[in-house]
Design a protein around this ligand. Sequence first.
Ligand code: SAH
Ligand code: DHB
Ligand code: MG
Length: 229
Amino acid sequence: MTADQWTLVDEYLEEKLVPADPVLAEVLRSSAAAGLPDIQVSPTQGKLLHLLAKTLGARRVLEIGTLGGYSTIWLARALPPDGKVVTLEFEPKHAEVARANLRRAGLQDRVELRLGTALETLPKLLAEKRGPFDLFFLDADKANTLAYFEWSLKLSRPGSLIVVDNVVRKGRLVEASSREPDVRGMRDFLDALVSDTRVSATGIQTVGRKGYDGFVLARVTEAPAGNVA
Ligand code: SAH
Ligand code: DHB
Ligand code: MG
């Protein structure tokens, strides 16, 4: 099995299961034209986020790491008209491209994009009593994943789902002595997860057009102390 074959299979699954969408195609085109990195979720992963949001009956979604808004659009399209995605981004250029893309998708009223570092915005959301969120997508700087997870718990309710992207990083996750910040970040996150009685979690490896990676799904089982729910 080669990475080329993973991509071919992804393309086949996209053709079968993810209908061609001129808005999403234009979102990817405009993001690339603006020089944004090509690291958004794949189409089948975007649809997974969409299906999870639908299955949960999510009304409030919190995304950390917007980029050009590709995953944001998949999530926002799963919500009822009065639903809201709050998405956090600290690069002004990414935020500007995302805002244009969200307008293009007609979702500007269903998405609130907050510019700033996530660790500054998260306490503000709590102070504004913006939770509880039904679904979280943690997809920003990997080194801070544990902190984002802890903030997500504070903004959650029992039954909320926390999805964490890019946990496996080509298998580097198992390199216990790695000093790479993204690997350390994910290992610290998993160390905390295993001993956390407030969540029930699993990790899934993935291959496809984005190479070899994986994600964690964590379901909040019990209201943490200080929770907004
Ligand atoms: N979720 C997007 C991809 C996000 S890429 C998608 O799948 O379509 C990660 C994003 O997180 C980048 O845009 C980056 O600028 C942003 N980011 C990185 N560190 C951040 C931080 N500390 N606070 C907020 N955003 C951050
Ligand atoms: C990177 C970030 C992501 O969120 C992702 O899904 C893939 C790659 C990166 O920073 O390289
Ligand atoms: Mg990612």
